[in-house]
Design a protein around this ligand. Structure first.
Ligand code: COI
Length: 358
């Protein structure tokens, strides 16, 4: 059973001058819009108390389950303003499905897709002035999330759950080609674990690896599989794709990695770019030797926040290698432009991925 998210407007929106200032150079995750969407769940009442209201803090009992056992999941998707001032989402149904899969894995209640879409769309309508203009890579990033809110320290699936959506205007996440640190100390996920779920705990567990990468002068970490077979998994906030000289777009197969919406979109678009999509295991040895012999010609990372970001080099303990001549690849940049053009309404949406909100 789903319902609307009625809006109760804030009496204190950010002053227009402040909003315009923030939108002139949006920084991912630093500033938030005026409203938030919310809903609550209990086994007795199911989903209830849906609404959209002023952005405000949660108040927690110190014994609240999520603070102790990290029973939490989230999503990330963006709203784009087109040149005619309409506002669109990119494949939000895919995010709704993944949110439900993450909920099952974390023993949280599934939020019906209609509620997911109604909450995200209602928040965009409430905060429409916060959707950046139709230039470059700017958009409004939506962050739906759900957590165990019972004040109870016994370890059991939540019997009280809060769902919410907040929004932050954003520009580009990385400004140019990035270098990845191949961690041999940390792994991200094991078979049977939570690797495919978008849960906060996966990202918390990755922070030490991300810090190590930054200390080594890299932008992000690249994880290998936890069984020690040297297979590429994913990077801290994104999936990885390789372009080969024989026209393939190769990406690690699903299982313990996040089922990225951008990853799936790029696999679908590959054929339009004359590339054969291939999901399979790729080892670091294969990547390194093929990069050195020049048969892996480009590497890029994909994700909602990063869109399509060129990866120009890799470093690990005692080695480093570049991809191509160490600058962003042509196919990568063409794919990146094409994804951005579809999202911003500058290219035809032949796959029916865009959903109009305003
Ligand atoms: C996204 O791309 O939506 C993410 O979740 C990345 C975030 C962890 C920075």
């Amino acid at each position: 059973m789903s319902a609307d998210f009625p809006l109760s407007r804030t009496a204190h929106p950010a002053p227009e001058a402040e909003r315009i200032q923030i939108l002139s150079a949006p920084v991912f995750g630093r500033y938030f819009t005026d409203h938030m969407a919310f809903a609550s769940w209990t086994p007795e009442s199911g989903w209830h108390d849906r609404g959209i209201g002023p952005l405000k803090p949660f108040t927690f009992h110190p014994g609240t389950a999520v603070l102790h056992y990290a029973q939490e999941i989230f999503e990330g998707l963006k709203a784009y303003r087109h040149a005619d001032d309409s506002v669109w989402l990119f494949r939000p149904e895919a995010n709704a499905r993944r949110f439900a899969r993450s909920a099952r894995r974390l023993a949280l209640p599934e939020l019906p897709a209609e509620d997911f879409l109604a909450s995200v769309e209602g928040l965009i309508r409430a905060d429409e002035p916060w959707v950046p203009g139709p230039h470059g890579e700017q958009s409004l990033y939506l962050r739906p999330f759900m957590f165990a809110s019972d004040p109870f320290l016994g370890l059991r699936p939540a019997r009280q759950v809060e769902y919410s959506v907040i929004a932050t205007p954003t520009g580009s996440y990385y400004s140019s080609g990035i270098t990845l640190w191949v961690s041999d100390q940390y792994t991200r996920a094991a078979r049977g674990g939570t690797g495919a779920a978008k849960c906060g705990a996966n990202y918390a567990a990755g922070l030490a690896a991300q810090t190590e990468a930054q200390e080594r002068g890299c932008d992000q970490v690249l994880y290998l599989d936890s069984a020690g077979e040297g297979k590429l998994e994913e990077s801290g906030t994104m999936n990885l794709c390789l372009v080969t000289s024989d026209g393939r777009l190769v990406t690690p197969a699903l299982g313990t990695i996040l089922e990225g919406v951008t990853r799936d979109s790029v696999l679908t678009l590959a054929t339009d770019f004359g590339l054969v999509p291939e999901e399979r295991a790729v080892t670091l040895d294969e990547l390194r030797s093929r990069a050195e012999e020049g048969t892996v010609t480009e590497v890029f990372a994909v994700g909602t926040a990063v869109v399509v970001t060129p990866v120009v080099a890799f470093k690990g303990h005692g080695y480093e290698f570049v991809i191509g001549n160490g600058t962003p690849g042509k196919q990568t940049m063409a794919l990146r432009e094409h994804v951005l053009d579809i999202q911003h309404g500058r290219a035809e949406d032949t796959h029916g991925w865009m959903r109009r909100v305003i």
